[in-house]
Design a binder for this molecule. Structure first.
Ligand SMILES: Nc1ncnc2c1ncn2[C@@H]1O[C@H](COP(=O)(O)OP(=O)(O)O)[C@@H](O)[C@H]1O
Ligand SMILES: [Mg+2]
Length: 355
């Protein structure tokens, strides 16, 4: 193939000024939280305001930033325009689950995920009113994320169903009332109004999620078979939902930094290379950003900022970096010697003039 490789960094995401929603997803433990946190930091440098939302029930934004976050956006320490929040789409699930009776539980069964979808939609509605320049999602492992992205259509279906039920049985609204946590004092009109308002949000969000100018999905993975397989599944599902994806971050790559001696590491590097080759073959139309496996975890703003350089500059193993540094050192030594020689020459000339 004569085609040139797309740049191996996430710079394209920073340059895409129209982006509003950035989803970051992949298998558990591959580095989603690390990558979404760093992306949000990088975006905060080029955008007026950034919100990072964790929808993974196993929240770890707090661990990554070493700061406690809640379900309300909180300014991240050390930043003036970066906010973080952690939402749990499953909490309200249980609340709604209590006190379900015949008709309602049938309804809920008929529309699986409707309650979870409802709280996701509520959250999106809230976030939309807040006017952040861009919103980054640190999502839960693959299956869960895809379910989240289907929520708009799940809700859409659910709402149509409820509406048609409402027209057939007026009484259903009292059940629906409880389902959406509206007090009895609100009349039918209020409830219907709320449902219709929700439908507007959903339609809007659905449209936005399918617009590649506004929304993109960043796949994070590691160079191993299972992760490659999961990534392919993810990319296919996203394509099916018409959600744009054109960035893959391959994390935890072992580089031959200082001539690896260990047989184990050598074997792992060979294994990684095999999957790296496959990634490049399968996703030649993606920006593929490779990140090195670090000797330590990436926790705290400083560590995140340190690592962020690797997201915007293609990673070069230390060996070649060292030789560049060596050259630079040699050049500066030579310059110094040249300066000294010139100064010496100057002195000799002046001495001759005096003589
Ligand atoms: N390239 C890396 N080198 C070393 N440790 C890493 C790297 N990327 C992530 N980590 C660490 O691995 C752990 C899991 O990463 P995390 O981003 O929380 O993954 P996920 O959100 O996908 O579960 C964290 O402790 C994180 O600091
Ligand atoms: Mg995480």
């Amino acid at each position: 193939m004569a085609e040139e490789l797309l740049e191996g960094t996430v710079q394209n995401l920073l340059d895409q000024e129209t982006l509003k929603w950035v989803f970051v997803g992949g298998k558990g433990g591959v580095g989603k939280t690390t990558c979404s946190s760093i992306l949000s930091i990088l975006l905060s440098r080029v955008r007026s305001s950034v919100l990072i939302i964790s929808t993974d029930p196993a929240h770890n934004l707090s661990d990554a930033f070493q700061q406690r976050f809640t379900k309300a956006p909180t300014l991240v320490n050390g930043f003036s325009n970066l906010y973080a929040m952690e939402v749990d789409p499953t909490v309200e699930n249980e609340e709604v689950g209590e006190g379900m009776d015949g008709l309602f539980s049938e309804l809920a069964n008929a529309i699986p995920g409707i309650d979870e979808a409802m709280s996701f939609a509520e959250m999106l509605k809230l976030v939309q009113t807040m006017d952040y320049s861009v919103i980054v999602f640190d999502t839960a492992p693959t299956g869960h994320t895809l379910r989240l992205l289907q929520f708009p259509s799940t809700l859409e279906k659910g709402l149509s169903k409820i509406m048609s039920l409402k027209s057939r049985f007026g009484g259903v609204l009292s059940q629906v009332t409880r389902m959406f946590g509206v007090d009895d004092e609100f009349g039918e009109d209020a409830i219907l109004g709320r449902l219709e308002g929700m439908r507007d949000v959903i339609e809007q969000v659905n449209r936005q999620f399918k617009d590649p100018d506004l929304t993109t999905f960043v796949c994070v993975c590691i160079p191993e078979f299972l992760s490659l397989y999961e990534t392919e599944r993810l990319v296919q599902e996203l394509t099916k939902f018409e959600i744009d994806t054109h960035n893959i971050i391959i994390n935890q790559v072992i580089y031959n930094d200082e001539d690896v001696e260990s047989k184990l590491l050598k074997a792992r590097m060979r294994m990684q290379q095999k999957y790296l080759d496959q990634f490049y073959m399968l996703y030649d139309d993606f920006h593929i950003t490779k990140l090195p496996l670090l000797p330590q975890e990436v926790t705290g703003v400083e560590a995140l900022k340190d690592f962020s350089g690797k997201f915007v500059r293609p990673y070069e193993p230390a060996t070649s970096r060292d030789s560049v540094e060596d050259l630079e050192r040699k050049i500066s030594t030579l310059k110094q010697q040249l300066n000294d020689a010139e100064a010496e020459l100057d002195r000799i000339r002046k001495g001759k003039q005096k003589a």
